[in-house]
Design a protein around this ligand. Structure first.
Ligand code: 5GP
Ligand code: ZN
Length: 115
């Protein structure tokens, strides 16, 4: 989608600090980090949110995006201390960019419940 900021990051049209990439997903640093490690992991293919990732294609998209997030966490040394994966979904979930993404947060102790 041409008007989607994350599609434009995936295509290289908008610059971002890419951490890791597979054919199906891209991990890059969040512009406004909320923790010492704050990486966004997106599917290359546009889907508005997790709620729209349906059927076999949706299952593969969610799985491959999650897989890359877990690999990046490992690569960044977060397996030992731990980390948080978050998928804000829709208005009540606080989603501001309508292209499904996982937040990988680490490097500090997280609070629960989230705000
Ligand atoms: P959401 O609120 O949708 O769960 O998260 C969107 C995230 O995208 C926010 O943490 C925000 O800082 C990040 N973000 C928004 N625009 C850009 C951008 O152009 N580049 C990067 N790297 N991050 C962005
Ligand atoms: Zn998109």
């Amino acid at each position: 989608m041409n008007d989607c900021v994350f599609c434009r990051i995936a295509s290289g049209e908008i610059p971002a600090t890419i951490v890791k990439r597979t054919p199906e997903a891209v991990a890059f640093r969040d512009l406004n980090p909320q923790a010492p490690v704050h990486v966004l992991v997106i599917p290359t293919q546009h889907v508005d949110s997790a709620a729209q990732a349906t059927g076999d294609a949706g299952e593969a998209l969610l799985g491959k995006t999650m897989r890359l997030a877990v690999e990046v966490a490992h690569d960044l040394g977060l397996d030992g201390p731990g980390y948080r994966l978050v998928a804000n979904t829709g208005v009540d979930g606080g989603q501001s960019v309508p292209h499904f993404h996982l937040h990988l947060l680490g490097g500090r102790r997280m609070d629960w419940p989230p705000g």
